[in-house]
Design a protein around this ligand. Structure first.
Ligand code: F6R
Length: 258
C-alpha cells in the first residue's frame, strides 16, 4: 500500500486526479470506478478543471459507481444516480450512456446486482477505482463484518452510517436503511485502488486501515492485500498514523499531470 500524506484536502484531490489523468491518457476508454460522498469532490473538481482546460478528455471513459440507496427513485436528488449525474457526468463531461450506477429500485434487486457484476466484467474490469472511507472503516457500503469475498449485493446500513449521511437529507428518518453496494471482492478486482480521505473525522478509520490488522471489523483494511492500492490523506486524516513510519509526504506540483 502506498500512503501519501498531502498538506490539504485540495492537494489530496490533485494527486488523485493525477493518477486518474495518467490512466486515461494511457487509454482513452479506461474503466473508472467512481465514488459518491464528500471525499472525492476535490478530485472531481480538479478533473473538471483539466477537462475544461483541454488537459484530458474523459468522453470515452466508461464508469461504474460503487453503490446506491435502495428505494430512492433515480430522480430523488440524493439518489446516487442523481449525485453522479450532477457531480460527475456533467462537470467531467462523461458520456452518460457509458456510466452505470447500481439500480436501487429494480423490482428484482438480486438480479440487478448480478447484472451489475456482469456489466463490470464485460467492460474488462475496473482500471482505477476511486474510494472514500467511512468513519467506521467501510468502503463502498460494505459495513464492518462484510466478507472480503463479497460481490455486488443488497446490504444494510449501520446506524452510524445513516447518521453520518443524514447531512444530505432533511432528517435522519429520510435516510434509507438499505443499499446496493459493490462487494469488497468486486472492489478488490480493480487493477488499481485510490482511496482519498481528509479531515480529523477520518483519522481513526485511516489509522486502522493502514496500520491495524487486516480484519473484517475494518473493511478498508482489505486494501493492505491489494497489489496496487494508493491511499492519499491530508494532514488531519493522518494525525494518528505512527510518526516513525516513512510515509510519502508530498507537496503536489500545481495543475500538472505527472
Ligand atoms: C460512497 C461510498 C462510501 C463513502 C464513505 C465516505 O459511494 O462508497 O464508502 O466513500 O461513506 O463518505 P464521505 O466521503 O461523504 O465522508
Amino acid at each position: 500500500m502506498d500512503v501519501v500524506i498531502a498538506p490539504t484536502g485540495v492537494d489530496v484531490g490533485r494527486i488523485a486526479a493525477d493518477l486518474i489523468t495518467a490512466t486515461v491518457q494511457g487509454s482513452a476508454d479506461a474503466v473508472l470506478g467512481i465514488a459518491t460522498g464528500s471525499s472525492p469532490l476535490e478530485t472531481y473538481r480538479e478533473l473538471a478543471r483539466r477537462v475544461a482546460d483541454g488537459v484530458v478528455d474523459l468522453s470515452a471513459v466508461r464508469a461504474f459507481a460503487l453503490d446506491e440507496y435502495v428505494g430512492l427513485g433515480s430522480d430523488h436528488p440524493e439518489s446516487y444516480r442523481s449525485v453522479i449525474r450532477r457531480e460527475v457526468i456533467g462537470p467531467l463531461r462523461l458520456t452518460a450512456d457509458l456510466v452505470q450506477t447500481p439500480d436501487g429500485d429494480a423490482p428484482d434487486l438480486d438480479a440487478a446486482c448480478a447484472r451489475y457484476e456482469r456489466m463490470i466484467r464485460d467492460a474488462g474490469g475496473v482500471d482505477i477505482q476511486l474510494l472514500g472511507i467511512g468513519a467506521n472503516g467501510h468502503i463502498g457500503f460494505n459495513e464492518p463484518l462484510s466478507s472480503f469475498s463479497s460481490r455486488t449485493r443488497v446490504a444494510t446500513l449501520t446506524a452510524q452510517t445513516r447518521r453520518d449521511n443524514a447531512r444530505f437529507f432533511e432528517s435522519l428518518d429520510d435516510v434509507p436503511h438499505q443499499c446496493v453496494t459493490q462487494g469488497i471482492g468486486t472492489i478488490m478486482d480493480a487493477r488499481c485502488l485510490v482511496l482519498v480521505a481528509d479531515g480529523e473525522r477520518k483519522a481513526e478509520s485511516v489509522a486502522r486501515m493502514i496500520e491495524g490488522p487486516v480484519t473484517d471489523t475494518c473493511p478498508a483494511s482489505a486494501l493492505q492485500l491489494h497489489p496496487h492500492a494508493v491511499v492519499i490523506v491530508d494532514e488531519s486524516a493522518a494525525r494518528i498514523l505512527t510518526p516513525s513510519q516513512r510515509y510519502d509526504r508530498r507537496t503536489p506540483v500545481s495543475g500538472v499531470a505527472r
